[in-house]
Design a protein around this ligand. Structure first.
Ligand code: AHM
Ligand code: MG
Length: 335
């Protein structure tokens, strides 16, 4: 017997506070939750069900797709296309917008997602996650939602969330009134509210960056990391710790639990790319969550949630986490 608040109860109670709420959004979230439970199960079974290989294909960004990237994308689509809440979907694993098939009704929301972020980690049994963002569909949606409909700055997100498939499966959500975390109780198949009102401490002594890119970083990031490494004897006057999971969901979750700063900054490795992470389905939802938890998120030069997207798969530099630390990095960009 559990005594906790289930996620369904939590969402319905939240909906009661919103005047005129139709239940559409609640119902959409329920379909997303179902997809996440299915993905959690597939990821957990892993090699037992023979899904660990490469799919032998590439996504639009030229990255090799894993079998699990393709399967989890399909799970998300199947769970969310039928109910009539969405006008279209877009994902890391699909080149173009996925319109809702003609046999289903269309709704007023857009769903963007990365079905399995950090999937290079699945072979080695390290945490991976799902990231999603819900937007309202602007005018043209009744007929043909194009990529243009998705190109909204992150401040316009209605809801954002991630699922972390770690030692336990968790779902962390915001719809603009704080951040709440739920843990999947596998015995009853329900997410239970275990982390109400998650907040990020303003200060930290822990940073996360892929140091193998060091020679490509810009001077402000070089300076920040150099000073952190100098520790007590350097200008920061304190020792730092470092982590790099190479799984953004695990990284952001750690920051929500104990603070920290995460950076995938602009670098000169490939001049055609502004950074590694994608704005619409990685940086924006994570930035919404981080800001709602009291943290900050920036490209170094601009608040991420204010960036006007110009493409579905656009990349953006990401510096997020504990507020004072992110502000330090921003100030180095101004110097
Ligand atoms: P993916 O969407 O192809 O999995 O890539 C995104 C992931 C993030 O989760 C993680 O922060 C980053 O890529 C790690 O990059 P790197 O392999 O350069 O360390
Ligand atoms: Mg990804």
């Amino acid at each position: 017997m559990h005594n906790g608040t289930t996620i369904t109860q939590f969402i319905i109670e939240e909906q009661r506070h919103i005047q005129g709420a139709s239940g559409d959004f609640t119902s959409l979230l329920n379909d997303i939750i179902t997809a996440i439970k299915v993905i959690s199960n597939v990821v957990n079974k892993g090699a037992l069900i023979g899904v660990m290989g490469s799919a032998g294909s590439e996504n639009v960004q030229g990255e090799t797709q894993k079998e699990l990237d393709v399967i989890t994308n399909e799970i998300f689509i199947k769970s969310n296309e039928w109910a009539g809440h969405l006008a279209a979907m877009a994902s890391e694993e699909m080149d173009d917008v996925y319109p809702i098939p003609a046999q289903y009704p269309r709704g007023k929301y857009l769903l963007v997602f990365d079905p399995l972020d950090g999937s290079s980690n699945v072979d080695v049994n390290i945490s991976v996650g799902t990231i999603f963002s819900i937007l309202r569909c602007p005018g043209e949606c009744a007929t043909h939602p194009s990529a243009q409909a998705f190109l909204q700055p992150g401040v316009q997100q209605v809801c954002a969330g991630y699922a972390l498939y770690g030692s336990s499966t968790m779902l962390v959500l915001t719809s603009g009134h704080g951040v709440n975390g739920f843990t999947l109780d596998r015995d009853i198949g329900e997410f239970i509210l275990t982390h109400p009102n998650m907040t990020i401490p303003a200060d930290t002594k822990e940073f996360a960056i892929n140091a193998s890119n060091q020679r490509f970083w810009e001077p402000p990031v070089q300076r920040y990391v150099e000073e952190a490494l100098a520790g007590k004897t350097g200008p920061r006057g304190k020792d730092f710790n470092m982590r790099w999971v190479a799984s953004m969901v695990a990284e952001v979750h750690r920051i929500l639990m104990r603070g920290g700063i995460f950076m995938y900054p602009k670098d000169t490795k490939d001049p055609a790319k502004a950074g590694k992470l994608r704005l619409l389905y990685e940086a924006n939802p994570m930035s919404f969550i981080v800001e709602q938890a009291g943290g900050a998120s920036s490209t170094g030069r601009e608040r991420i949630l204010d960036v006007q997207p110009d493409g579905l798969h656009q990349r953006v530099p990401v510096i997020l986490g504990s507020k004072n630390e992110v502000e330090t990095v921003i100030s180095y960009h101004k110097d």
